[in-house]
Design a protein around this ligand. Structure first.
Ligand code: FES
Length: 103
């Protein structure tokens, strides 16, 4: 959609572990790295696993099920066995609210 959707309060997003939000019925993961926010689909494209349960290392999220890697900046595959990119979102902060918009 073209609309910005509020998904989280900035204070609720930790640098340690992704937060979960919802946009138009789709579950998304919200990440914070060095003070910047990023958002992708929360569901791995390889199987039914939640990336919010995975391991965030720099700009890479590792899927908890088969350890596939995605770049949280653009949703691109970054390590086997994944081969379909994640949906990714533009992110902005308005006051203390994180808002996202599908790319
Ligand atoms: Fe994520 Fe297989 S389900 S890598």
């Amino acid at each position: 959609s073209d609309e910005w959707t509020p998904v989280a309060a900035t204070g609720d997003v930790s640098e340690d572990q992704p937060s979960v939000g919802n946009v138009d019925g789709a579950e998304i993961a919200i990440y914070k790295v060095d003070g910047d926010y990023f958002a992708t689909s929360n569901i791995c494209t390889h199987g039914l696993a939640r990336l919010s349960d995975g391991y965030l290392d720099g700009f890479l999220i590792e899927c908890p099920l088969h350890q596939g890697l995605f770049d949280i900046r653009n949703g691109k595959c970054a390590g086997d066995p994944v081969d379909v990119d994640l949906a990714s979102y533009d992110v902005r902060v308005v006051n203390d609210t994180v808002e996202v918009r599908l790319r």
